[in-house]
Design a protein around this ligand. Sequence first.
Ligand code: 5RP
Length: 231
Amino acid sequence: MTQDELKQRVGQAAADYVYANVPEGAVIGVGTGSTANCFIDALAAHKGRYRGAVSSSLATTARLQSHGIKVFDLNEIDGLPVYVDGADEIDAHGAMIKGGGGALTREKIVASVADRFVCIADASKRVGVLGAFPLPIEVVPMARTAVGRRVAALGGVPVLRVQKDGSPYITDNGNEILDVKGLHINDPRTLEAHVNAWPGVVTVGLFAVRGADLCLLGGEAGVERIEYTKG
Ligand code: 5RP
């Protein structure tokens, strides 16, 4: 089975999960990326059941709207029963690296108001220790070099994310992203709090303080359901 087929499998499993566990008329939090797109496509089959969605990026908004799913501004919503999103890496405690698609800030905001975070991923995303995937940090552009120096002092190698034409990649929020290579993240909660406190950092792509509650992990044998206990 290809990675794309595994992504479709977990996208469908997440839509089934939402159908079975979320009341009719609810608004659903929706993540960003190729796996989240599979979820959106599967969710669309039952779109009449939900009031709509809160989106974590302009790309996700466009995909939801292409299916006729109403997109609400987060400010209009009191809460979300569930947030469904992919990950670049997930560890045994439900801590994740996210932001490969550049949407980490809005993803973290939407996830923070949801009762439950359901991570959907193919089995290649499961790791023992986070950090092989470069850790994205969204920065205010004027702080790029200052934040890069702090990253280097931790032993990481900051690389400015660029587009195909070599110009800086710009997030939906008008900021830049440093992708940090070379970290071996043994304590993701502490690192998340530490990096978030640096001036100029908008968001670090560690989702450990608010990690996943459930992971639907797609493998050859089917979809494994992994629940994480918080503490
Ligand atoms: C986007 C993200 C994505 O969830 C992450 O990059 C995984 O993407 P994909 O499902 O395409 O592998 O964090 O900012």
